[in-house]
Design a protein around this ligand. Structure first.
Ligand code: PRP
Ligand code: URA
Length: 215
């Protein structure tokens, strides 16, 4: 994982497997079935990096031979919050690694004209104050959806939030950092820019449509 000058909240996961799979994702000829599998696999690999600093506590354990001390992740269960729709594609890959994770949902879509997020659903576990949250969305473009999602989560009491995405635009990272400087963003790539329609370049196209085969 590395940092980039000018983007203090950003961490780029440069693991070779993540970069290899991301290239396959970008390929316009990759079909929906493979696209879905790749998003799932990259999410698992990113979650490994994103959980690297979870706090541990000592716990006694009986091996077949004797008693010893082990360690376990402390605190309330990690909570994943996919932004609908495309964030859903990242949930299972992370749950495979953290099967006890809770899953909330935030429903947002980008108005095609204004590019502003429109929210339509919000459900996260109670006692948000005590939990670690991973907000999931493959694309951080203008950052409007990410800012709205984090703002809603904080309103519900969340205090420790990370944002996991696959491809980020500089504009989106800066927008989120300005609104929520405490939220670390993990991505597989920081791309060049947004086009006039708010799509990331070079990007991978419309993540929701490619995941669910709706175009
Ligand atoms: C996409 C993507 C993000 C958002 C990013 O969702 O999955 O949620 O756009 O753009 P932003 O950073 O400019 O807000 P979309 O609005 O296409 O909704 P969908 O997943 O339901 O297709
Ligand atoms: N949403 C997407 O799915 N792709 C982009 O490039 C930008 C926003």
């Amino acid at each position: 994982m590395h940092t980039t000058p000018g983007f203090p909240t950003l961490r780029i996961v440069d693991h070779p497997l993540v970069q290899h799979k991301l290239t396959l994702l970008r390929d316009r000829t990759t079909p929906t079935k493979i696209f879905k599998e790749l998003v799932d696999e990259i999410a698992t690999l990113m979650a490994y990096e994103a959980t690297g600093d979870l706090a541990l506590e000592p716990v006694p354990v009986e091996t077949p031979l004797e008693s010893t001390m082990g360690r376990r992740v402390m605190g309330k269960k990690l909570t994943l919050v996919p932004i609908l729709r495309a964030g859903l594609g990242m949930v299972e890959g992370i749950c495979r690694l953290v099967p006890s994770a809770r899953v909330g949902h935030i429903g947002l879509y980008r108005d095609h004209e204004t590019l502003r997020p429109v929210d339509y659903y919000f459900k996260v576990p109670a006692d948000a104050t005590e939990r670690d949250f991973f907000v999931l969305d493959p694309m951080l473009a203008t950052g409007g959806s990410a800012v709205a999602a984090v703002t809603s989560l904080k309103r519900a009491g969340a205090q420790r939030i990370r944002f996991l995405c696959l491809v980020a635009a500089p504009e989106g990272v800066q927008h989120l950092a300005k609104a929520h400087p405490d939220v670390v963003v993990l991505c597989a790539a920081l791309d060049r820019e947004l086009n006039g329609s708010g799509y990331i370049l070079p990007g991978l196209g419309d993540a929701g449509d490619r995941l669910f085969g709706t175009r």
